[in-house]
Design a protein around this ligand. Structure first.
Ligand code: ZN
Length: 181
C-alpha cells in the first residue's frame, strides 16, 4: 500500500497550504489519517512521540529526494529507516479472504508502533518492488508533493493538472519577459 506512505510524507504540504498547519501537529488531519487507514493509535501517542514522528517523515522525504537524484537509498538512510522498523513487533496470522488464504501481520503493541509499521511497510514495499524510479516529488517548487507516477512512460513531473498548468504559465511568462529584453 503506497498511499499511506504518500499521505504521511505529504502532511508537510499543509504548512504552506490551507489550513496552514503542519498535518502532523493538526488534530483534524491526524484524526482523518487515523480513520482512513484504520490505525489503532490514540491522539495522545502522536503528541507524545511527536519528535520521532517528525524525524521519520523528514527521513522519508530526504530519501524520496535522493531517489529522484540518483535512484539509490544510501546505507546510512537504510540504517535510519531500520531504526523505526526495529521498534515494531508483529504477530503472523492466516486468514481466509474472498481472494484466498492470506498471511496478515498484526503489530503486538497498539499505538505508535502501528504507525511505524504501516508507514514503513508501505514505503519499504515500494523500495523492495524496485519501483523506486516511479517515486517523485512535484516539480512545482511551491508544492513538492510526493507522488507515485503510474504513467506508461514514467514521464510525469507534477502531482496533478493544477501544478502542471501553473508551472507552464510561469515558464511562458518567463520566456515573454526574456524576449522583450
Ligand atoms: Zn504539485
Amino acid at each position: 500500500m503506497v498511499s499511506i506512505f504518500l499521505d504521511f510524507v505529504n502532511s508537510r504540504y499543509y504548512k504552506t497550504h490551507p489550513p496552514f498547519q503542519d498535518g502532523l501537529s493538526d488534530p483534524e488531519w491526524i484524526w482523518q489519517f487515523v480513520r482512513n487507514y484504520e490505525l489503532n493509535i490514540p491522539l495522545a501517542d502522536f503528541l507524545q512521540y511527536q519528535d520521532d514522528i517528525f524525524n521519520l517523515r523528514d527521513l522519508m522525504f530526504d530519501i524520496t529526494e535522493k531517489i529522484e537524484e540518483n535512484g539509490l537509498v544510501s546505507a546510512e538512510d537504510l540504517h535510519r529507516l531500520n531504526h523505526f522498523m526495529k521498534q515494531v513487533h508483529l504477530i503472523l496470522e492466516m486468514e481466509l479472504t474472498p481472494l484466498g488464504y492470506q498471511t496478515i501481520f498484526i503489530p503486538v503493541d497498539p499505538g505508535i508502533a502501528c504507525l511505524y509499521f504501516q508507514v514503513t511497510a508501505s514505503f519499504s514495499g515500494l523500495l523492495a518492488k524496485g519501483d523506486l524510479y516511479r517515486l517523485k516529488l512535484c516539480k512545482n517548487p511551491a508544492c513538492q508533493l510526493a507522488f507515485h507516477d503510474n504513467s506508461k512512460n514514467n514521464s510525469r513531473k507534477w502531482c496533478g493538472n493544477t501544478c502542471a498548468s501553473l508551472v507552464k504559465v510561469r515558464n511562458y511568462r518567463k520566456r515573454l519577459r526574456y524576449q522583450s529584453k
